[in-house]
Design a protein around this ligand. Structure first.
Ligand code: SF4
Ligand code: SF4
Length: 352
């Protein structure tokens, strides 16, 4: 298996967000003629796109990860050293306390690798507030320190949402690296032992599926049934829900599309599958994303593409202002078609 390194460590041209935007907009003549995402929103009566209510703060703790998955839109990996400072974490706490945000969504990289992960969770955890940790599962098998994390998750009632590209070893390891499937199953079993994913415990364990190639995800509920049947029969593993996520043409997934000659066809597929109902429910309408430097973005994808949030609203977590953020216009570009294709896609899976 070919070892994957981050675009940043290879000084790849696609590590530059501006280059990524140019590629998805005009890499081929056909891409230049595709309908614009804002035109489609206009036809749907959603232009300019505005938030409904700010309910979720998604905090990207940093880009360091123990893995280097082929399709990572964050371009994360062990060589990425960007990490949120204690000062910015404190600013996140202040923002949460002075707003009605009910859900804190911790992502990365591998959020568990942030040295202040546990400190932060202890500071923000309280009854009635949902904290989601986006875990890659394998991190929970890497050392004694991380093997203890599931107990910590349970102690604070964290919702664990974890990536598992498929219910077999071949597909999973091909996308995420050799040994990923076996280690993921080991971590899922440990979470099950603690009550995660088991009826009546209230400990939510959700899986995330994303396609291994240049295609859209299948029907979420049918695939959930398939995952449940296979994981139960083969490994005695239980979970609550499966979220299907569409790959957006960003970072290493964009590299894959370009290298495999699939970019144009994939973008056409996303545009053709535009669903007005999915456009109504895009996650940037109720979520704000914050990066490791404390800057705010409309979503994690805009963060990776460095598309700045509307300058008329608060742009840094220390200036967090729900009223101004709710009144802002959301910045969109051609990658947004990934959120509105078919059944729609968000960090919580299909949106319709
Ligand atoms: S996809 Fe997730 S687990 Fe894989 S490298 Fe990116 S952040 Fe890490
Ligand atoms: S990519 Fe981000 S800004 Fe665009 S529709 Fe999706 S969530 Fe909204």
């Amino acid at each position: 298996m070919i070892k994957v390194h981050s675009l940043a460590s290879r000084s790849h041209t696609l590590s530059d967000p501006q280059t990524q935007l140019e590629v998805i907009n005009q890499h081929t003549p056909r891409l230049c003629t595709l309908p614009r995402f804002e035109q489609m929103l206009e036809q749907t009566g959603l232009w300019p796109l505005q938030p409904t209510q700010i309910e979720i703060l998604q905090i990207n703790l940093g880009y360091m990860c123990n893995m280097t998955c082929k399709h990572c839109h964050v371009d994360a990996g062990p060589d990425r050293t960007e990490m949120m400072s204690r000062e910015n974490l404190e600013a996140c706490i202040d923002a949460i306390e002075k707003s009605d945000i009910h859900t804190i969504d911790l992502t990365g990289g591998a959020p568990e690798m942030h040295p202040d992960f546990q400190w932060f969770v202890e500071r923000v955890s309280r009854p009635g507030r949902k904290i989601i940790v986006r875990s890659n599962l394998t991190i929970l098998t890497t050392s004694k320190k991380y093997r203890a994390f599931p107990e910590f998750f349970k102690k604070h009632g964290l919702e664990v949402t974890c990536s598992l590209p498929f219910y077999n070893k071949y597909t999973t390891d091909r996308q995420r690296g050799e040994g990923t499937y076996d280690r993921s199953i080991e971590a899922l079993r440990r979470l099950n032992e603690l009550g995660y994913g088991m009826p009546g415990t209230g400990l939510e364990l959700n899986l995330v599926y994303n396609p291994a190639g240049a295609f859209l995800p299948p029907d979420q509920s049918q695939l959930e049934d398939e995952f449940r049947k296979n994981l139960r029969e083969k490994h005695d593993v239980e979970f609550n829900r499966l979220f299907t996520i569409t790959n957006l043409p960003i970072s290493r997934y964009l590299e894959f599309l370009v290298m495999s000659g699939n970019l144009e066809e994939y973008m056409e597929k996303l545009v053709d599958a535009y669903n007005p109902a999915a456009a109504e429910g895009v996650m940037c309408r109720n979520t704000i994303s914050v990066n490791w430097q404390g800057y705010l973005f409309d979503c994690d994808f805009n963060q990776m593409l460095e598309i700045p949030i509307d300058e008329n609203s608060a742009t840094h977590i220390r200036d967090f202002d729900v009223r101004r953020l709710t009144e802002r216009a959301i910045k969109v570009n051609q990658h947004c078609f990934g959120c509105t294709a078919g059944a729609g896609s968000s960090c919580g899976g299909a949106t319709t």
